[in-house]
Design a binder for this molecule. Structure first.
Ligand code: MTE
Length: 331
């Protein structure tokens, strides 16, 4: 397994908080007065991280097309991935509509450059960072993982990315950082679905710090050797292979280290059906359907179902994270 050593963010690269706030307040006031388009608000203060010690990936990271320098990951599943057309054509991304084909049809309006990610909360280094600078130091791997949606469909996807923990370490989380929360972009100009209150926007998710630092937890920038299509969460999404797919939040613009358990979108919407942990578990049914089996994408609606595996087949790697935890109460 390729594990990258974390890079430090130099203190000289960090904008002092008062200046950052002043600029932000100025931009927000200008947007409110109609002097600036809203989309500009999130692109004003991107900063570079880890420049000198960043290896050679050339800027800018391609916005679409083939990804270079992707190493195969030895732990990949040894099975044939699902068809590219299924993985990129049958999606959940409610910001672009609630139908399975809506994201592929509508997500072309998502503007993925410039793109910034704001990191805040319980960490020594916080701020707003440019996407290309953020990912440049990380060697990319292709990892073939199972994806199991809580709705009981599944896929096998060759993701391209790097361990989330390697990025998080660079911000030096404090000892109070017990959880990590993630936020998706929330822009009605680009995302027609957020005009409807099917969920409280922005979409948000969370992990315990141990889950976030687990070497299987992946930050994803591509699939099938290509830059991530918009409908799959461009330019940056999470993939947590042992949890139901809704934990794998798309199009991330915010990462927050927190001391207490953060709010998560589906739990906020229907707490009795969607828990914080949401580990794939064939023994704990959803209140409205069985989780014992799943329907692999590509076989049609009436294709034969296959058994769902505990922790989606990753029990050996992750079961220790939940020792002593009641997995029925903590669904
Ligand atoms: N992230 C955001 N921001 N919005 C969403 O609606 N849907 C989730 C997850 N991430 C969702 C999201 C669900 S329910 C699933 S199953 C996966 O994305 C689906 O990922 P895929 O469309 O790439 O297969």
């Amino acid at each position: 397994m390729l594990i990258k050593q974390p890079n430090d963010i130099k203190s000289s690269e960090i904008t002092p908080e008062p200046i950052y706030r002043q600029r932000r307040e100025f931009v927000q006031a200008a947007i409110a007065l109609g002097l600036l388009p809203a989309a500009i608000g999130r692109t004003q203060e991107p900063r570079q991280v880890a420049t000198e010690d960043s290896p050679a990936r050339k800027p800018p990271f391609p916005e679409n097309g083939k990804l270079a320098d992707v190493a195969p990951w030895p732990g990949s599943l040894d099975v044939k991935p699902s068809a590219f057309e299924d993985v990129t054509g049958y999606n959940n991304f409610y910001e672009f509509g609630t139908g399975k084909t809506d994201p592929a049809r509508n997500a072309h309006t998502l503007v993925t450059r410039p793109w910034t990610v704001t990191v805040d909360g319980e960490a020594e280094h916080t701020g707003t960072f440019d996407f290309d600078d953020l990912i440049r130091p990380h060697p990319l791997e292709e990892r073939i993982y199972r994806l199991r949606c809580v709705e009981a469909w599944s896929a096998v996807v060759p993701w391209v990315g790097f361990p989330l923990g390697d990025l998080l370490q660079r911000f030096k989380p404090t000892s109070r950082a017990k959880y990590v929360q993630f936020f998706t972009l929330n822009d009605p100009e680009q995302m027609p679905g957020v005009r409807y209150r099917v969920l409280q926007w922005p979409y948000r998710e969370g992990l315990t710090i141990a889950e976030a630092m687990h070497p299987l937890t992946l930050l994803v920038v591509g699939l099938y050797g290509q830059v991530l299509p918009n409908q799959n969460g461009a330019p940056l999404r999470l993939v947590v292979p042992w949890k139901y797919g809704f934990k794998s939040i798309k199009s991330i613009v915010g990462i927050r280290f927190t001391e207490t358990r953060p709010a998560t979108s589906w739990n906020m919407a229907i707490a009795g059906e969607y828990g914080f942990y949401s580990n794939v578990n064939p023994n704990v049914d959803h209140p409205r359907w069985s989780q014992a089996t799943e329907r692999p994408l590509g076989g049609g609606l009436f294709s034969s179902r296959v058994p769902t595996l505990m922790f989606n087949g990753y029990a050996e790697e992750v079961a220790h994270l939940y020792t002593g935890l009641d997995l029925v109460a903590n669904y």
